[in-house]
Design a protein around this ligand. Sequence first.
Ligand SMILES: Nc1ncnc2c1ncn2[C@@H]1O[C@H](COP(=O)(O)OP(=O)(O)O)[C@@H](O)[C@H]1O
Ligand SMILES: [Mg+2]
Length: 270
Amino acid sequence: MNIASAGALGPRLGAGREADVYACSDGAVLKLYRPGFGGHRTETLALRSLEDRGVAPRLVDVVECDGRTGLVVERLAGPDMLTLLQRRPWRLYALARSLAKAHLAVHRVQAPAELTGLRQVLATRIRDAALPQHLLDFVSRLLDGLPDGDRLCHGDYHPGNILLAADQAAVIDWGAATRGVPEADHARTLLLLRWSDPLPGTPLVSRALIAAGRSVLAHAYARDYRRGSPPLRQTRSWLVVHAAARLSEGIPAEEERIIGLLERARKGIA
Ligand SMILES: Nc1ncnc2c1ncn2[C@@H]1O[C@H](COP(=O)(O)OP(=O)(O)O)[C@@H](O)[C@H]1O
Ligand SMILES: [Mg+2]
């Protein structure tokens, strides 16, 4: 199939590091990856394993266009959860509940064998994180003690990657999916909710509101996830390992806080 069969391209809905997303004329979106990125393989594998689970849009086709691979995906009408949290903050608890519920549903899915193991991905990212030697040693030892798993892990599960149509949550953006244990994927979400920085340029007042809202959201999501899950193991260790790996994403505003978190974890301070 070539790009023409995806229907005429409409407006661009998103532009990330790896891909652009366009509306198509026929009720689908086209996620067109830039050359040199492998996320389309991962996203294809993940979306196929999620078919008929009711937690992700349907993958319609995979197309080629000028050396770029595109995923044609069912288009969902609703806004993303981040936008909704900003528009209707009083719905925070209900939204936290659907954030946890959809994540638990993802973790009931067995990951395709071809997906890379999460521990392997983390080991590479930690090596790329330019950590001081004592923290690299600490985090590497921590990662060595953590288990492999066979569950589908999203890899970047946060409210911006959840679309809500008719109050049904659908998870998008599967380019960082891996095989692993649910606690690991859950810990990355806790890290993003509690620690990641608002985009540069966000005014101070909004920053304060975002920080307060996030802390409540993180708390409610953690509680609802825990309630629906078998007992969670080593979530804190996974969070520390994910924090170290996050440094490889090169977000200067987060560096000092993350290093502080790692130093405290190394000294055994909660
Ligand atoms: N299936 C979909 N239905 C409707 N909009 C979508 C869909 N997939 C992606 N989008 C839109 O495109 C944006 C970017 O998509 P996403 O897969 O999250 O890529 P990235 O965050 O890597 O740029 C989303 O925030 C959303 O606005
Ligand atoms: Mg996204």
